[in-house]
Write a protein that binds this ligand. Structure first.
Ligand SMILES: Cc1cc2nc3c(=O)[nH]c(=O)nc-3n(C[C@H](O)[C@H](O)[C@H](O)COP(=O)(O)O)c2cc1C
Length: 195
């Protein structure tokens, strides 16, 4: 039997630390699945930046494809897979924008070029060519020369409030363990699923 924490956030935290200790590269990289207004799913990798206030926080452009999809349908699914410890975590829940103050605080810690990039890039839009993007970067570098770069209003974080967290532990013979925390009101119902 696997030693398991009764709090899914503590369990997640423990695994993320274990992954980092095993030097798994970019252990905080996760697949983020959304569904757009046509009902078409899409998945992309984003960095988990924080687990706080009962949710999983990541950042990006609110006007991007994922941003517009979340605006239309806040149901999302996050997935981590750490091969070196043979574990997978799937988080299903609803994404909500974090406060402007939280986004400001995180944006201020980003490298300057990433801050400029957040202004220059209309994430997910078709661009004429790469020179167009370079020109926009130069324009914003000039605009913010000698001053700190403010957070663009179209850039910020989302917090995914989980409805369910499933921990998958790889074991030999395909008899993997799947532990599920499913939220029912303020309580977590726990059960296992067949592998
Ligand atoms: C390792 C890795 C980490 C990434 N982290 C982020 C991130 O934190 N936020 C983000 O918006 N895009 C991130 N990206 C880029 C996204 O995968 C994606 O290309 C971008 O968000 C646009 O997606 P969309 O057009 O579906 O909105 C990352 C890509 C990789 C490969």
């Amino acid at each position: 039997m696997i030693d398991f924490n009764k709090d899914p956030f503590e369990q997640f935290d423990r695994l993320l630390k274990e992954a980092a200790e095993k030097q798994i590269p970019e252990a905080n990289a996760m697949s983020v699945a959304t569904v757009d207004e046509r009902g078409v799913p899409s998945v992309r990798v984003c960095y988990l930046k924080e687990v706080s206030q009962g949710g999983f926080v990541f950042y990006g452009n609110y006007n991007s494809h994922k941003g517009q999809s979340i605006e239309y349908n806040s149901n999302v699914c996050l997935n981590f897979y750490w091969p070196a410890i043979w574990q997978q975590v799937r988080i299903t829940g609803k994404a909500e924008k974090i406060s402007a103050a939280e986004s400001d605080a995180y944006f201020a810690t980003r490298p300057r070029l990433s801050q400029i990039g957040a202004w220059a890039s209309h994430q997910s839009e078709v661009i004429p060519d790469i020179d167009w993007l370079s020109r926009r970067v130069q324009e914003y570098e000039k605009q913010f020369d000698g001053q700190s770069v403010p957070r663009p209003p179209h850039w910020g974080g989302w917090r995914v409030i989980p409805q369910e967290i499933e921990f998958w532990f790889g074991l030999t013979g395909r008899l993997h363990h799947r532990y599920v925390f499913h939220r029912e009101g303020s309580l977590w119902k726990t059960f296992m699923r067949s592998p």
